[in-house]
Design a protein around this ligand. Sequence first.
Ligand code: AMP
Length: 290
Amino acid sequence: MEVFKSKSEMYNFSLYYKKSGRTIGLVPTMGFLHEGHLSLIRKSKEECDITVISIFVNPVQFGPNEDFQRYPRNFAKDKELARKEGVDVIFYPEVAEMYPQDYLTYVNVKKLDKMMCGKFRPGHFRGVCTVVLKLFNIICPDKSYFGMKDYQQFIILKKMVKDLDLNIEIIGCDTIRENDGLALSSRNSYLSSAERKEANILYKTILFAEKELKEKKRSIMAIRRKSIEMLYGCKFISKVEYFDIRDAENLKALKKIEYNKEGDAENKILIALAAWIGKTRLIDNKVVVL
Ligand code: AMP
């Protein structure tokens, strides 16, 4: 397994394998790898000849009062995990390699970046799109793998690839969860043990909303209200930023579910939330078909 810190080494490696007709799969990460990341790596290994992962805590996607400095990092452990999975290359650049002092260019997917997480983290998706496009240009992947845990990110990146005519397939992968339902996240390491025990309230509430949607008795507004109440019923929830029910394809907010003649919902439905457990901001979601 190679570790490249410079863009030129990374690019030359990719060029060599592309020229020899090999396919490259990319798994972008911020490190502190867990089973969620490893599931993306395994998918890439199944589908591509060469698997590259990037480990880069991207300062541009963090707001000024967010956790960039304290974001968990453990490169030695990540390297060992990646090696065991059979990763071919880790691209592990310094911030100055990605954003030299004279850096000026950013990528923005409009509209989709203003809702849900974008509303509470202005500039976040601009940072994500910018770094992912740079990684695409440096690594030249055929396919790139993203977790549906960050569902809005997945939709925005698919839109960026379509709008900018990039010849890269964006593959969405299922959310990997702990046994009690909590979605794996590097940020779970911030939780105290008491908070951790109750953190699955996020997923429990999503399942509650799914059940309510399936029963078709309550309106979307009522389901959202009851779900937010359920979240605040947990003493560790300090803030619910949003609890949304949206069209899973285009993220439009749904006021009511439209059914076709067969009684099936016209759209795939996204249930998504962001909430603070103490001082830790977590997100989760589920796509449901009614
Ligand atoms: P991050 O290191 O948090 O930026 O995540 C890197 C990639 O792993 C993103 O595409 C995430 O959506 C994905 N990911 C994070 N957590 C999970 C999870 N629990 N299950 C599946 N994918 C995940």
